[in-house]
Design a protein around this ligand. Structure first.
Ligand code: ACM
Ligand code: ZN
Length: 720
């Protein structure tokens, strides 16, 4: 109802505004402001003569507003400190008018636009809303602003009168970036921070250490960046054992980081540094091998995945090293949160290490039916470091693995392996940040048409799926839900070597993310959201941001196969597909619709480690001589073509005899991924039942997952 009323008022106001034939601001932006009440008063005219008046303390905010208007409309307004009841734009902070941080109100009258915040951040978000509402000239928005101004003639626009009141649902609104797998230059990181600011985000999670590179200068341990910031080669593509020989790396000096922290703070963004431990530490071990269990030698890792070389938890020197690093990190970063990682720490070294085992004994650690002694040893490390952090009045954040053991309740849990860790953590009284890979890993593909995408790590996470995410799990009570303090998306850069690609992966998925962080909409209307995105990408053009445009060009797949002997006949599977890839089950295989899109599009059945074994009841004896099916290959996602297909027939559905067998050669890295048809012909035979047995390969030696079975994804078995 409220929405309808708003729509009508917006439409009316537009009609009133457009009589003047000046471009008109549109408040229907992302994230959508919570309350918009417009009236029919004469619109405010924003022009080069508009003065920006700011309260003391809001000078930088005023500058941002002037810059944004110049970027978009091509003119520079003047600004000055606030005087009583001026005409123009007024920026002020009035905490008593709001009941939460970051809230703002924009009030537009014919003579004045007041942007009032609960705090300076609120004013900043009001400015972002005004910025995103400004009309963008329909001429090519990539043209330079001066050019655009000339083409627009009079550089003015109208703001319809009324009031916008807005506030965020989540206090923590974050995005992460990994400059370790591929170094990202400081200037690009600043652009990334600009992108966060545009989307009302206030936390930038900066992943500064990993196996493949150490990125932050630590004065006490200079080798960390002299040696640990560089690697002498990188694995190529998804291949397991081909490397380039290019020296890759870089790091941020402490001076550069201070500059970055200030840059972010001006935009009301806090930078959360992450030192990932006790795993993901191979770059540090390459510099200080005595900190590992075996003593090395180690090299800065050239491949992706999870290294077994981790910090030695039984070595006091190692613990003191980490404490020193964290203290220097805290000297530099004023962040109230310090991220200490804790993810993906294999325990194979600890199991064999005399020092680690001695530490387990010394601490009296006992395994139980839930966790190993080594899991508890990791808790010891994490809790010890949490104390170092908390001693300086900060809070630790850790990945959800840190729940494995007995981590202290004060730690904030970042739930990445789905939402389950977050749910468990909230029940135990931890604060939680939801960042599940299922919905918020922006390093995954955003199109099913991967042949036409820049290569990435795999997966499939379209904007629609981000937009669907519900950060407050229904399993939690309202009281427990209060522990969900925020939502974050992550960008890991194994397959992202350039900043344009970072932007491409982030945009426009950040639109869906900000909508969830700021509004957590209960009602979601994706089509309306896409319409609002159209304006956002015009804004991206102005700033030369690279973005994906799939949501504006939905893919239409050819859909059906010709009816054949198998279509819609009773079908059973002797072994069920993997639970995640079962969907409607066996009947998907002969419903007349072709498998299409990505492996998780719902149109493929997935099997791993055992064959697809389907029996189709043809309902009467019929002659057949041909079986055909489709399978999907996505080698990076561990999905290979089938190794073999067998066709068997039966008259009674019990005794089957083989009528055809075909081996299929394995796809190599030279072969493209995609969807392929496989066919088997045989001597005509009459039978009532047909069994199709499709086997898979094990991952070959040149695959990073060597030793594991490959997946097969199959759809639409046709029999003729
Ligand atoms: C993670 O993605 N390993 C936190
Ligand atoms: Zn050890």
């Amino acid at each position: 109802m409220k929405r309808l009323l708003l729509f009508c008022l917006t439409a009316m106001a537009f009609a009133a505004c457009t009589k003047k034939q000046l471009p008109v601001a549109n408040y229907d932006i992302i994230p959508q402001p919570k309350e918009v009440q417009l009236n029919e008063e004469k619109p405010f005219e924003l022009s080069p003569n508009t003065l920006v008046h700011y309260e003391s303390g809001l000078q930088r905010e005023a500058q941002f507003l002037v810059e944004y208007v110049n970027d978009i409309l091509g003119f520079a307004m003047n600004m000055q400190e606030y005087q009583s009841q001026p005409d123009g734009i007024v920026l002020k902070v009035v905490p008593e008018d709001f009941d939460q941080a970051d809230a703002y109100e924009i009030n537009v009258t014919p003579k004045q636009v007041t942007i009032k915040g609960a705090d300076a951040a609120g004013v900043f978000y009001g400015i972002q809303t005004l910025r995103k509402s400004l009309p963008i000239s329909p001429i090519d928005s990539r043209q330079r602003t001066s050019q655009r101004r000339n083409d627009m003639g009079e550089a003015k626009c109208q703001l319809c009168c009324g009031t916008i009141r807005d506030w965020p649902n989540f206090a923590y609104r974050g995005m992460h970036l990994d400059p370790c797998r591929h170094f990202i230059p400081l200037d690009s990181v600043k652009v990334y921070i600009d992108m966060l600011a545009m989307h009302n985000m206030n936390q930038f999670h900066f992943h500064l250490s990993d196996d493949q590179g150490w990125r932050i200068e630590i004065k006490k341990y200079p080798e960390l960046t002299e040696i640990g910031a560089y690697r002498n080669g990188t694995v190529i593509g998804h291949n397991g054992n081909l490397y380039d020989t290019i020296r890759h790396g870089g790091f941020y000096t402490q001076d550069e980081l201070r500059d970055l922290i200030e840059y972010a703070a001006e935009r009301h963004i806090n930078i959360i540094p992450e030192i990932d431990l006790p795993g993901h530490m191979q770059a540090a071990l390459a510099c200080y091998p005595q900190l590992g269990c075996t003593g090395g030698p180690y090299e800065v890792w050239k491949r992706w995945g999870v290294s077994e070389e981790v910090l030695c938890a039984g070595n006091e020197e190692t613990m003191l090293f980490v404490e020193d690093v964290l203290n220097e990190v805290m000297d530099l970063f004023p962040s109230p949160y310090i991220h200490i990682g804790g993810d993906e720490c294999p325990k194979v070294r600890w199991e064999k290490c005399p020092k680690c085992q001695a530490k387990i004994k010394e601490l009296g650690i006992k395994k139980d039916d839930k966790f190993s002694a080594e899991d508890y040893l990791q808790s010891y490390v994490m809790n010890r470091m949490a104390k170092v952090v908390e001693a300086r009045g900060r809070r630790v954040i850790g990945w959800d693995e840190i729940l494995e053991g007995n981590v202290s309740e004060t730690a904030i849990i970042m739930s990445w392996r789905g939402t389950e860790g977050g749910i468990e953590a909230a029940r135990k009284g931890h604060d939680v940040i939801m960042a599940p890979s299922s919905h918020l890993y922006f390093d995954y593909y955003q199109s099913e048409d991967i042949a036409n995408e820049p290569m990435c790590i795999g997966g499939y996470l379209p904007v629609e799926r981000v937009y669907e995410f519900q950060p407050l799990p229904e399993e939690l009570t309202p009281e427990q839900q209060k522990h969900i303090i925020g939502v974050q998306a992550n960008i890991w850069t194994e397959y992202i070597a350039h900043f344009w690609h970072v932007q491409y992966m982030a945009l426009p998925r950040m639109e869906a993310l900000t909508e969830i962080q700021w509004n957590n909409p209960q009602e979601r209307d994706f089509d309306a959201f896409v319409e609002r995105c159209r304006h956002m990408v015009q804004l991206y053009d102005i700033y030369h941001y690279t973005y994906a445009d799939h949501i504006f060009n939905p893919q239409v797949w050819a859909d059906t196969v010709e009816a054949n002997l198998a279509t819609h006949k009773p079908i059973t599977l002797r072994q069920q597909p993997a639970e995640k890839y079962t969907y409607e089950g066996a009947s998907l295989l002969n419903d007349g619709n072709l498998g299409r899109g990505a492996y998780n599009s719902g149109r493929w059945l997935g099997f791993c480690g055992y064959p697809l074994d389907a029996v189709i009841d043809l309902e009467q004896p019929v002659e057949m001589q041909h079986v055909r099916f489709h399978a999907l290959v996505n080698k990076g996602a561990w999905i290979y073509n089938p190794s073999e297909v067998k066709v068997l027939v039966s008259d009674d559905g019990e005794t089957f005899r083989e009528v055809a067998q075909k081996d299929i050669p394995i796809s190599t890295w030279e072969d493209r991924d995609g969807i392929f048809a496989y066919e088997v012909d045989f001597e005509p035979i009459t039978a009532k039942f047909v069994e199709v047995l499709i086997s898979g390969y094990d991952l070959p030696e040149d695959h990073s997952g060597f030793g594991n079975p490959a997946w097969i994804f199959v759809d639409e078995i046709e029999v003729r």
